[in-house]
Design a protein around this ligand. Structure first.
Ligand code: HEC
Ligand code: HEC
Length: 301
């Protein structure tokens, strides 16, 4: 629909006046340089030589004539352009072209071509999508383009910064709805550093206790009281984690930032703030649903 993205009533007059005004101004300037009575003429040797600032002389040379043709040419092009295309306020131009119009046209083409597939993706069950090799191949392409840089082409995570998306361990929940939310809205993990509270010795002891959690940590462990006081609220009394807060399970061997005592100590001492960027604006519903199908392949398929 041409005209939908043109400026509103208040701006349209100003834009038109300023545009036309500056074109006329430019035309006048060109005219005055080349054709005004006191302009230096090609043949007026030495006669009308202006002196600037007391001793700055321009010389009798008029500006070269090809400049004139260049400026004249661009003026003509500007005027033609303003007649054909939008530029003067809300005047849509003789060709009725508009960026929004172009966008809607290509959206309409896209819809005609892929509308059927898009409806299928929206309505079919995840298992149906996962059984469709062609759709899963497109899902993989969407993944490669948007996610692989961080999570790796095999989605097994990398650099002890970006989590593995192929295992059964989900920090923020592994249901299709939770995964969709991770993709759409992104995730910001927030665990503060505990060094100021616990001191170095306390951090070391807690790291040790954390490492023991999955292996039936002794109730008599000296750091248990501190764990219950400072950590259990997010990670759970038994270390099961809490997907609502993105607090990972500390019981299993899967650790985003590493399993070694040093890595665990570093997590506890300085905290961790992993950030998954939101993709809700960059990807459309179809693409997001295909990604959810791709990432839940093991659990539902
Ligand atoms: C800029 C790097 C980056 C990109 C690009 C990125 N992610 Fe992430 N993603 C992360 C980080 C970092 C986390 C972990 C956040 C945290 O620490 O809680 C994460 C977490 C996730 C989670 C939650 C994992 C869990 O265990 O609950 C999912 C699901 C996910 N990403 C999917 C995707 C998908 C799908 C894409 C592509 C559309 C993508 N990510 C693109 C960095 C990225
Ligand atoms: C406010 C909630 C909160 C509290 C309290 C908290 N954590 Fe965390 N913890 C998190 C979150 C969220 C993450 C995930 C950080 C990320 O993904 O970037 C995390 C990550 C970790 C990790 C890294 C796990 C991995 O996969 O590499 C360890 C270890 C850890 N916490 C231990 C502790 C200990 C020990 C305490 C108590 C001193 C504690 N946390 C207190 C929320 C919390």
């Amino acid at each position: 629909m041409p005209g939908a993205d043109l400026p509103g009533a208040f701006w349209t007059g100003w834009i038109a006046v300023l545009t036309v005004g500056s074109l006329i101004g430019l035309g006048w300037l060109v005219h005055s340089v080349y054709f005004a009575a006191d302009a230096p003429q090609q043949d007026a040797e030495g006669e009308a030589e202006p002196v600037w600032d007391g001793n700055l002389r321009e010389g009798a040379q008029p500006p070269p004539l090809w400049w004139f043709w260049l400026l004249f040419g661009s003026l003509v092009v500007s005027v033609l352009y303003l007649m054909l295309y939008p530029g003067l306020g809300s005047y849509a131009g003789a060709l009725q072209w508009s960026q929004g119009g172009r966008l809607q046209e290509s959206m309409a083409e896209f819809e005609a071509e892929f509308g059927g597939v898009r409806r299928l993706v929206a309505e079919a069950s995840l298992a149906t999508l996962q059984a469709d090799l062609e759709l899963m191949a497109s899902a993989q392409r969407i993944y490669d383009r948007n996610c692989a840089a961080c999570h790796g082409y095999d989605a097994r995570g990398q650099a002890q910064r970006f989590p593995n998306l192929t295992d059964a361990e989900w920090q923020w929940g592994g249901s299709p709805a939770a995964i969709e939310q991770s993709i759409r809205q992104g995730r910001q993990a927030a665990m503060v550093g505990w060094l100021p509270v616990l001191g170095e010795a306390g951090v070391r002891q807690l790291a040790h206790y954390t490492q023991q959690l999955g292996r039936g940590a002794a109730a008599a462990h000296p750091a248990k009281a501190q764990y219950d006081q400072f950590c259990a609220a997010c990670h759970g009394a038994e270390g099961d984690g809490n997907p609502i807060l993105g607090a990972p399970s500390l019981k299993d061997d899967v650790a985003l930032y590493g399993n070694s005592l040093d890595a665990i100590e570093a997590s506890i001492a300085s905290g961790r703030n992993g950030l998954m960027p939101p993709f809700g604006e960059r990807l459309d519903d179809t693409q997001i649903r295909l990604l959810v199908a791709l990432l839940t392949q093991e659990t539902t398929g």
